[in-house]
Design a protein around this ligand. Structure first.
Ligand SMILES: [Zn+2]
Ligand SMILES: [Zn+2]
Length: 1272
């Protein structure tokens, strides 16, 4: 050390300190690795280092860069946790200028901070001696770091180098915990510190270098000689690692012939970093061999003796791209070697002139090997994007036959491209953005170490890359896709820091790509899907490592129309075969285009669509013009819209979510991390299906839905005085909506099954196998294996954790509706009663409580479970336990499980305790604990309790007061709030819960699906229970425990009781449901109708004759208070309403030969009854306006009026009513107004001059719904 410092006596103290640091660093880190053959001392080596450092600093040779500290590689990787750059040669101004420029280009990123570090080491082709991995590494005595260079030379291998300018990029996730915690980007070429003795052995005479044409001929002959081949590099494959063997290929070309060269020798693999496309090279000692993996085709293969001789060649013809030629400026640094003849150069002319193979060989005269380096002349620069514009979409179009919308396929073009990486879209997926608009997909190449240096701000050059135009709606319009024949070369490192750098390990996405041999379009969709799942379902429902599996299943689901190509990738063919073919040669145009909406997106869309699609007038019937405000507003109070999922978006939509139960709504829900959405789910969509058997196994399943109905229900409080004011939204005082989904169980596609679903599938499969062939054990094993799936370790009994539990099997007899009730459980803390959601189910337990060591979930019932006695009991579901409501179905079998206990008494039902000497007569009851689980057992549905039909409820004389029946909704009307009476339980106030629709009472018209014309009105009070979705026209319902009532007019109707329960069993939809799909009402004979049978009709068609008009009333009514409106004002003095509606009513006798009926016509049918045209009808209304009210009626044989019989209007009406225009053949659809009134009537009948008194059955009272004009 002292001797060394002797040289610098005149230096300052600080300089001397710096010098001794450098000396110490060299001694420790560099000297131990130097070849002894060099015969250098530490002092000599340090002096050599110093001379290079000083030269790098530049002009001021005398000063020492004392601000730069010597750092060993291990220190660098250990201590440098942020990306940085260091340069001896840059001035601060230069650095700042460069940083500013880079930040301006990509404003989202900051420039790399500068650090002053002296970095030196040996350039090697592996992290340690003998561990070549084809990547450049810098090594010193204490450690090693991989590095990237823009251009490199084989001459640098194993030499001690000083690195003047570089970036260090630490990796956040060190791969495999190795030392590679980051990597270096060597910006300026490294400087050789020591003059190394010439160790380079040409290995084969270069004088015999043959051209590509000749070599190609040699391939055909398969002769076993070692030759030296030279040519231009046309393509380079990435470094591949296949079954522990690492290799890469080159394609050398000359004019139109080419030869593949395989580089399998471990020690030559670093060549991959030193050659680039367009360069002329010469490889010695290659031999011909046949490649098994490529159908025994012949290739050239390097041998251990091979040497790479890069030589400079100006290319003019091939690609109009800038090509960096290595070895140019590096030569200035490896000064001691420049005169040597390692680098051969073909004079450009030699290639142009020599066309024949022979001439080619001879043209390589020895003098041609003289190096000729005119460095800069080889670099030609081109505008980066010139290639893109020239590639208009290639129009090779075919169509895949089997999908609904034809999927277009296209051929990609192969181009070269130069650009700037502007964004790392998804490093894991190998997706980048170049120049702000072009996508780059590297997924078809093996992952590069350190991400290949592709950071925002990196300039790259791509060769043999596929140009895809609109391969996917989820990627840029132009996507460049690299395959195994493409090469990605960094031409300038990014001066920017991009935050996270992910280590290059193969992602599961890329593994999936390989396994499934996906096309580019599908892969891009997969990446989109993966991002979506990560965001919406991970980690709560999908574990991070399973995201890709789930995405893959969704892709399968989306592509199921596409025939699967299970062809494996043939990598050799892909890399080497002329007439290039690879997975991206063809691609689908914008397919798959399926969009994945989150639950929130769907909800938002529905919530906006529900009001956007609202047209008030379309909600009203034609008769709305005759309605008073009250009638009108009642019709506007509720309306609904249904949209099929397929119609909601221009692209096909897919919903993905997890099925769960809601304890707030007592409904099934679909949810993801963004939101939850209520669902109505039925088993089949055939109307009249009577089961809603979604089983518990579905809970927790990750499902996707392609087909379902989006339902949007609107609730409005409006105060429109009349229909004329509909365009004034100020009359809407309140509005809100409810949105939910409707689907059938059959439309659910399982993406990831729940544990219970796995068991259920496994058992189903096992059953099938048993049934098919009992003996075939192998089949069963397979079935079991398949059934288990890969998801659920729970399904594997051997792995199941031991959890003691007790269980009880029960069959559900019936259930009440969910409702807010005073909880029957006394709260020990406070004695105040609370309103809680609850329902009670009547069940039969099929045995005794059983003990288990393992949670049986929904596994098949064992014999012991049903051994005991059947007991009737009640189960109380209170508070959050009401979530079980949607999956409990009458007639089904369930297993109730209490986990973590061996105490069988917890599931024992108790008789209700005796209080104050009063004993309740009821079954023993069990209060369901919210920790308990309920599982549907597979062999269910044996005894579905019988229910009545609508007709039976209507006409059965023995019908009980409490009835259960089924039917189809044909109409739903909101009953106006009865402001006078408060709901009975209001005092304990139902919390302002969004689940409840306050004060909502509806009237449902329920039709008998098997007997058209049979319908019943059902009054349902929805004010004390969570809102029931799915009560839409067309929906099939199961109505349990409703009260059957008979009105004063002898009409049978039903109303809900607190115990009543409505279940939707078939889906309804607005538009198609109400009447449209129903069969027309039956044709009725009036005699039959009047006599009334057991199957008496409520609605029917009548063909008859108008005998006479009994009465006709025409009036103008105040639309607000309903009083007569006369001469422009309401007749009620206190009312200042100015709007009036015209109303009319007629009572007509219709006879059809078999009998007669009194038919009532209302405002909307009278015009047609009187056969008036629109003008006459208008005129009539105008005339009535003066008096406000006219009524004519039949007395004896004449029509008359009580007031003003001489009035011309009265005269006209009397005349009209008795004319043949009105008294004519007529065809009507009628509804019965009232059922049999019981008493017969005595009536006078005149026959000629004789008068009889006769007993008549009560007249049939009908209301005309429609007049059919075609009376034939
Ligand atoms: Zn390709
Ligand atoms: Zn009024």
């Amino acid at each position: 050390m002292e001797e060394f410092l002797e040289h610098f006596k005149e230096r300052t103290r600080s300089e001397q300190r710096w010098l001794s640091d450098v000396y110490e660093g060299v001694r420790r880190q560099l000297y131990p690795l130097i070849s002894s053959s060099m015969g250098l001392t530490v002092e000599q080596l340090t002096l050599a280092v110093l001379s290079k450092v000083q030269r790098a600093v530049g002009s001021e040779v005398t000063s020492l860069p004392v601000s730069y500290r010597f750092v060993s590689l291990s220190e660098l990787t250990r201590e440098q946790h942020t990306a940085c750059c260091s340069s001896l040669s840059w001035s601060s101004a230069h650095y700042r200028e460069q940083a500013r420029k880079a930040e301006r280009a990509l404003p989202n990123y900051k420039a790399l901070p500068r650090d002053n570090i002296l970095l030196m080491g040996y350039l090697c082709d592996g992290p340690a001696a003998g561990a070549s991995d084809g990547v450049w590494w810098v090594r010193d005595a204490g450690g090693s770091v991989p590095c990237e260079m823009l251009k490199s030379s084989p001459l640098w291998l194993g030499r001690l180098m000083f690195f003047p300018t570089w970036n260090y990029i630490p990796q956040n996730a060190p791969a495999g915990g190795g030392t590679a915690a980051g990597y270096l980007e060597l910006i300026d070429p490294p400087v050789c510190v020591t003059p190394e003795p010439m160790t380079f052995d040409p290995g084969g005479s270069l004088t015999e270098a043959m051209g590509v044409k000749r070599a190609a001929e040699l391939l055909g002959q398969r002769c076993d000689v070692q030759v030296c081949v030279s040519g231009q590099v046309r393509a380079i494959s990435p470094l591949l690692l296949i079954s522990a063997r690492r290799f890469f290929c080159l394609i050398l070309s000359e004019e139109d012939s080419s030869v593949p060269v395989l580089i399998t020798e471990v020690k030559h693999q670093y060549w991959r970093q030193t050659v680039c496309v367009g360069q002329y090279i010469c490889i010695s000692a290659v031999r011909v061999c046949s490649l098994r993996g490529w159908a025994e085709n012949s290739v050239l293969s390097v041998t251990a003796q091979s040497r790479l001789h890069p030589h400079v060649q100006l290319q003019e013809n091939t690609e109009d791209l800038e090509t960096h030629l290595m070895d140019t400026d590096s030569q200035t640094h490896t000064d001691s070697h420049s005169p040597d003849a390692h680098v051969t150069s073909h004079a450009p002319d030699a290639h142009v002139t020599s066309h024949t193979p022979d001439a080619h060989v001879t043209s390589h005269a020895p003098d041609a090997h003289v190096t000729s380096h005119a460095p800069d002349t080889h670099v030609t620069s081109h505008a980066p994007n010139t290639h893109v514009t020239s590639h208009a979409p290639d129009t090779h179009v075919t169509s895949a036959s089997c999908s609904a919308t034809p999927v277009r396929t296209k051929h990609s073009t192969i181009i070269s491209y130069k650009g700037l990486v502007t964004k790392v879209l998804n490093a894991e997926a190998g997706l980048y953005e170049i120049d702000g608009k072009v996508g780059l997909c590297l997924a078809y190449q093996p992952v590069q170490k350190c991400g290949g240096g592709l950071r925002p701000g990196t300039e790259i050059q791509l060769h043999n890359i596929h140009f895809l135009y609109r391969p996917s709606p989820f990627a840029a319009d132009v996507v460049l896709c690299a395959c195994l024949r493409s090469s990605v070369q960094v031409t300038a490192f990014s001066p920017l820091s991009s935050g996270f750098e992910t280590a290059g390990t193969q992602s599961s996405l890329q593994r999936h790509l390989l396994e499934k041999n996906l096309g580019a379009s599908q892969y891009l969709w997969l990446c989109y899907c993966q991002g979506v799942i990560k965001e919406r379902l991970c980690p709560r429902w999908v574990r991070e490592e399973r995201v890709c599996v789930v995405a893959g299943r969704l892709l399968d689901c989306v592509c199921d129309t596409e025939p699967k190509t299970n062809r494996k990738r043939d990598i050799y063919r892909e890399m080497l075969q002329e007439a290039h073919q690879c997975p991206v040669t063809t691609y689908y145009v914008s397919w798959p285009s399926v969009v994945l909406w989150s639950v929130r997106q769907l909800c938002d869309w529905m919530s906006s669509e529900v009001w956007a699609s609202l047209s008030l007038s379309s909600l009203l019937p034609p008769a709305a013009t005759h309605m008073t405000g009250v009638e009108l507003n009642a019709l506007l109070a509720w309306s609904a819209d249904t949209v099929s999922l397929t119609k909601a978006h221009s692209q096909p939509l897919l919903l993905v979510g997890v099925l769960e139960l809601s304890s707030v709504h007592g409904t099934l829900q679909l949810r993801d991390q963004t939101q939850t959405l209520n669902c109505v789910c039925v088993e089949t969509d055939q109307s009249g299906a009577r089961t809603t058997n979604i089983s518990t196994a579905w809970l927790g399943c990750l499902v996707c839905l392609r087909r379902c109905t989006l339902v949007m229900e609107r609730f409005m409080k409006t105060h429109f005085p009349s229909w004329k004011h509909l365009d004034q939204p100020s009359y809407i005082t309140h509005k809100h909506c409810r949105v939910y989904l409707q689907f059938c169980v059959g439309d659910l596609i399982i993406i990831s099954p729940s544990a219970a679903m796995s068991i259920s599938l496994m058992e189903k499969k096992r059953d099938q196998t048993h049934r098919r062939e009992d003996g075939e054990i192998s089949n069963r094993r397979e079935a079991v294996k398949r059934g288990r799936d890969d998801d659920d370790d729970d399904a594997q009994s051997s792995k199941r954790p031991l959890t003691s539990c007790v269980s009880l099997i029960f069959r559900l007899q019936s259930k009440q509706g969910v409702m807010f009730r005073n909880s029957s459980v006394s709260d020990t803390r406070s004695h105040s009663h609370r309103l809680q959601l609850s329902f009670t189910a009547r069940v039969t337990s099929l045995g005794d409580v059983q003990c288990w060591n393992i949670d049986p979930k929904n596994r098949r019932m064992q014999e012991r479970e049903t051994d005991g006695q059947n007991t009737e009991m009640e189960m109380h579901f209170v508070d959050v336990c009401v979530r079980w409501f949607p999956i409990l179905h009458p007639g089904s079998l369930y297993r109730l499980i209490a986990l973590n206990t061996k105490d069988v008494s917890v599931l024992k039902a108790e008789s209700i305790s005796v209080k104050g000497g009063v004993k309740l007569l009821s079954n023993p009851a069990l209060l369901i604990n919210n920790q308990w689980k309920i599982h549907t057992l597979t062999d269910t549905q044996s005894d579905v309790p019988a229910v009545m039909t609508v007709s039976e409820v209507l006409h059965s004389s023995s019908a009980p007061e409490i009835v259960s029946f089924y039917g189809v909704i044909s109409q739903r009307i909101t009953l106006q709030e009865d402001t006078g009476t408060k709901p009975s339980v209001q005092s304990v106030t139902v919390s302002k819960d969004s689940s409840v629709e306050e004060g909502l009472k509806v009237r449902l018209t329920v039709q008998d699906p098997e007997a058209s014309g049979q319908m019943i009105q059902v009054y349902v009070d929805l004010s004390c229970c969570p809102y029931t979705p799915g009560l839409l026209p067309g929906a099939s319902l199961l109505l349990n425990d409703f009260q059957r009532k008979v009105s004063k007019a002898c009409n049978v109707y039903c109303r809900s009781l607190p115990i009543s329960c409505v279940s939707v069993t078939g889906l309804g939809s607005v538009g198609s449901g109400s009447g449209g799909s129903q069969s027309p009402p039956p044709m009725m004979l009036l005699g039959d109708w009047a006599s009334g049978g057991t199957q008496q009709c409520i609605v029917g068609q009548v063909k008859g004759h108008v005998v006479c008009v009994l009465s006709l009333r025409l009036q103008w009514m105040c639309s607000l208070c309903g009083s007569i409106f006369r001469q422009g004002s309401c007749s009620r003095s206190s009312c200042d309403c100015v709007s009036a509606v015209f109303q009319a009513e007629a009572k007509v006798v219709v006879e059809d030969g078999s009998g007669e009926a009194q038919v009532w016509f209302s405002s909307d049918t009278i015009c047609e009854l009187l056969m008036l045209d629109a003008g006459q009808w208008e005129g009539l209304q105008r005339h009535v306006r003066v008096k406000g009210y006219v009524r004519v009626y039949t007395r004896g044989h004449n029509m008359m009026c009580d007031v003003d019989p001489e009035d011309s209007l009265v005269q006209y009406l009397c005349c009209l009513c008795s004319s043949n225009t009105v008294c004519r053949q007529i065809n009507l659809t009628c509804r019965q107004r009232a059922q049999r009134t019981g008493k017969s009537q005595l009536r006078k009948v005149c026959r000629g001059l004789t008068e009889f008194i006769s007993k008549f059955p009560p007249a049939l009272q009908l209301h005309c719904l429609q007049i059919h004009t075609d009376t034939h």
